[in-house]
Design a protein. Structure first.
Length: 194
C-alpha cells in the first residue's frame, strides 16, 4: 500500500480504478511560496518540485511508507496559471486560453522516509477552441464551483471537454497525474507486482 499525499478526488479515483492500494493523507505545504522560490524555472520542473515537496512532507509522518505526491501546472502564452481564485478569475483564465494551446504539466514523485525514489513529469497539449463570452458564462454556470479546484478551469471527464479542439497527451496526465509512469515506477520499486 502507498500513501497518496493529496486530497484530489481525481487522483484518488485514478488509483482506485487502477486497483492500486493506497490511503490518502493530504500534504499541507505552501505551494505559492515554493513556486516563488523557483521563479524562472520551467513549468515541468516546478510541477516536479511541488509533487516532491508534497510527498516529502507526508513521508515525515509515515515512516517506511512509499508516498506518492502529484501536482499539475498549466502554462499558456508564456504565462503560468494556478487554480482560479474566484469565478471572475476563472472567466479571465478562459478568455486568455481562448484560441491558444494550453500546456498541462502533470508530475508525480515517490518518496520514502524523505528520500526521493523517483520523480517525473508528463506533458499534454490542449488546443482551446475560440470561446465566446456567452459560452464562458454558460460553462461556468454549469461547472462552477467544481472547476475552482482545477488548474486550467476544466474537468476533462465532464463539460470541460467542450473547451478543446484537439488534445495531444494521455488521458491520465490530463486528469492530473501521469498514472502510467507512476505504475511503471511502482513496479520497478517492487510495490506493484505484475
Amino acid at each position: 500500500m502507498i500513501v497518496l499525499a493529496s486530497q484530489s478526488g481525481s487522483r484518488r479515483a485514478m488509483l482506485e480504478a487502477a486497483g492500486i492500494p493506497f490511503r490518502a493523507q493530504p500534504a499541507h505545504i505552501d505551494e505559492r511560496a515554493l513556486e516563488a522560490s523557483l521563479e524562472g524555472a520551467a513549468a515541468a520542473e516546478v510541477a516536479v518540485a511541488l509533487a516532491t515537496a508534497k510527498a516529502q512532507h507526508v513521508s515525515r509522518e509515515t515512516s517506511g511508507a512509499v508516498v506518492l505526491g502529484s501536482d499539475s501546472l498549466v502554462s499558456c502564452g508564456g504565462r503560468r496559471f494556478d487554480k482560479p481564485a474566484s469565478r471572475e478569475n476563472a472567466a479571465e483564465h478562459l478568455r486568455f486560453f481562448s484560441g491558444k494551446v494550453m500546456e498541462l504539466h502533470s508530475a508525480a514523485a515517490l518518496v520514502r522516509d524523505g528520500e526521493v525514489l523517483w520523480a517525473e513529469a508528463a506533458l499534454a497539449q490542449l488546443r482551446v477552441a475560440e470561446l465566446s463570452d456567452s459560452f464562458i458564462a454558460g460553462y461556468l454556470d454549469a461547472e462552477w464551483p467544481e472547476v475552482a479546484a482545477c488548474v486550467g478551469v476544466f474537468r476533462i471527464e465532464g463539460r470541460g471537454v467542450q473547451l478543446f479542439e484537439a488534445i495531444d497527451g494521455d488521458y491520465f496526465t490530463i486528469l492530473g497525474m501521469p498514472l502510467l509512469k507512476v505504475q511503471s515506477a511502482l513496479r520497478r520499486l517492487g510495490v506493484l507486482v505484475r
